[in-house]
Write a protein that binds this ligand. Structure first.
Ligand code: CA2
Length: 138
């Protein structure tokens, strides 16, 4: 059974609670339960942190023994050389995901320190971006 982890970055714990017009009205925990049912063939895990170093620690912890990582580093996508370096350093393939189409938003969201080191990037499909990313590990 493939071991796959979803890693979410800062403020994604607010999903469903704030800004539903941008990010939808479903909280991630409820969505994650649906993902576990849809992707029964995976040993699925979920980790969220608002702290950059904790995200890097988790990438290092899973990045040599899991089969796949679905990473939404949220705002750190656009700022964190450290998370980009961690994605580069590990051997587990990383799919970068975003709920919104970051290219249709502010210019500072067009930059990603992760994309060059990711196996692929999926963005702009709402929460469905996560389903599409998980599908790619089938
Ligand atoms: O579209 C995405 O998935 C983002 O990674 C979300 C980040 C944003 O900084 C990126 O540019 C694009 C923000 C996540 C914050 O999520 C919230 C959810 C509900 C209420 C407030 C923030």
């Amino acid at each position: 059974m493939k071991k796959i982890i979803i890693i979410n970055g800062p403020n994604l714990n607010l999903l469903g609670k704030r800004e539903p017009e941008v990010y939808g009205s479903l909280d991630f925990e409820s969505f994650y339960k649906a993902l576990q049912i849809e992707f029964k063939e995976f040993d699925l895990e979920y980790f969220q942190s608002n702290i950059e170093g904790e995200l890097i620690d988790k990438l290092q912890e899973v990045g040599f023994n899991y089969d796949g990582i679905v990473l939404n580093a949220a705002a750190y996508t656009h700022t964190s050389v450290g998370i980009g370096d961690a994605v580069k350093a590990i051997s587990t393939p990383v799919i970068e995901v975003h709920i919104s189409n970051t290219f249709s938003r502010e210019a500072f969201r067009h930059q990603s320190y992760i994309s060059t080191h990711a196996q692929g990037v999926i963005l702009g499909f709402g929460l469905k971006s996560y389903n599409l990313a998980l599908n790619s590990f089938k």
